[in-house]
Design a protein around this ligand. Structure first.
Ligand SMILES: Cc1cc2nc3c(=O)[nH]c(=O)nc-3n(C[C@H](O)[C@H](O)[C@H](O)COP(=O)(O)O)c2cc1C
Length: 279
């Protein structure tokens, strides 16, 4: 990496449209610059990821903090071609899934704790929403840590929450036991292209000091839509039949259209059927 302070400043400027002060003597600038330059990768080289490297990344990811040290995230590694083909068949809208040498599923495992309680002859009065929530949060943290570890090693990833559109099928395909649910999948491989930084909402919207406040939300959102459009305009508009063609199509219009149709409304039923209590 050239000058990590400069790389960091430039990645964050592209991301947030703002110049951040960076102390050039700060420790860990290389790592910060890599985190700031994150981008998902959806195109992969036809090159395998060595099993030892994959295990190393899993170990790094599972070094992430875990709520009460309960360790409720598991990682499922899927390398077999037939299984990749089956997953790609389920998700035809994500053709790169078939190209990635590795597919991972980050699992919220709420089964280990009640099982341990039973093994140790203890009651388990905590079979409620918190069990699901804690396990899901652990899985999300492990997913993010895996992504950063993989990017540090030069690999590329794309988390795939769309697998939850087929949660029951996935649970059956991979023999997920009771109280184990997929939080997200992830394609992993060696990047076939550099990819680009996706702009994020400004910190004036997402960072609150001392008390919550978003008094300038409308103006900030408009500014973000315009900045993002200048850097990465949308190639297609969603649901033109239903909403017409917008003269200006920004991020907020896209997200409003995306969430104007119900998605995964049956996920709660799946999680309950998988044995979690959500009360
Ligand atoms: C939990 C999670 C689920 C995601 N699911 C999908 C998905 O199903 N399909 C997809 O193409 N991208 C998916 N993504 C990637 C996001 O679309 C991507 O992170 C976002 O567009 C921002 O781009 P960036 O990560 O390059 O900054 C997911 C990301 C996360 C964190």
């Amino acid at each position: 990496m050239a000058n990590p302070a400069e790389s960091l400043r430039s990645a964050l400027a592209e991301r947030f449209g703002e110049l951040f002060a960076v102390d050039e003597t700060l420790a860990g600038l290389d790592e910060l610059a890599r985190i700031a330059a994150h981008r998902v990768q959806r195109r992969y080289l036809p090159r395998d990821v060595a099993p030892d490297l994959l295990r190393l990344l899993c170990a790094c990811a599972l070094s992430a903090p875990s709520k009460s040290d309960l360790q409720q995230c598991d990682i499922l590694i899927i390398r077999e071609k037939a299984k990749h083909d089956a997953l790609a068949g389920l998700l035809p809208e994500m053709p790169w899934l078939g190209d990635a040498p590795v597919f991972l599923i980050f699992l919220a495992n709420g089964s280990r704790l009640p099982r341990i309680a039973q093994m140790r002859g203890k009651p388990f009065p905590n079979d409620h929403l918190d069990l699901f929530f804690n396990a899901t949060v652990d899985a999300a943290i492990v997913l993010a840590t895996f992504l950063h570890a993989a990017e540090a090693a030069g690999l590329g990833c794309c988390p795939i929450s769309l697998i939850r559109d087929h949660a029951a099928t996935i649970a059956k395909m991979f023999a997920l036991p009771e109280k184990v649910v997929p939080v997200a999948g992830m394609t992993l491989g060696w990047p076939a292209e550099a990819g680009g930084i996706t702009p994020r909402l400004p910190l004036s919207v997402t960072v609150h000091e001392e008390t919550f406040g978003d008094a300038n939300f409308a103006a900030d959102l408009d500014g973000y839509d315009r900045r993002r459009d200048a850097a990465r305009p949308y190639r297609n508009q969603r649901n033109v039949d239903r909403f017409g063609r917008a003269e200006f199509y920004g991020w907020s219009e896209d997200k409003a259209r995306q969430y104007a149709s119900p998605a995964r409304a049956d996920f709660g039923a799946f999680v309950r059927a998988q044995g979690f209590c959500l009360d």
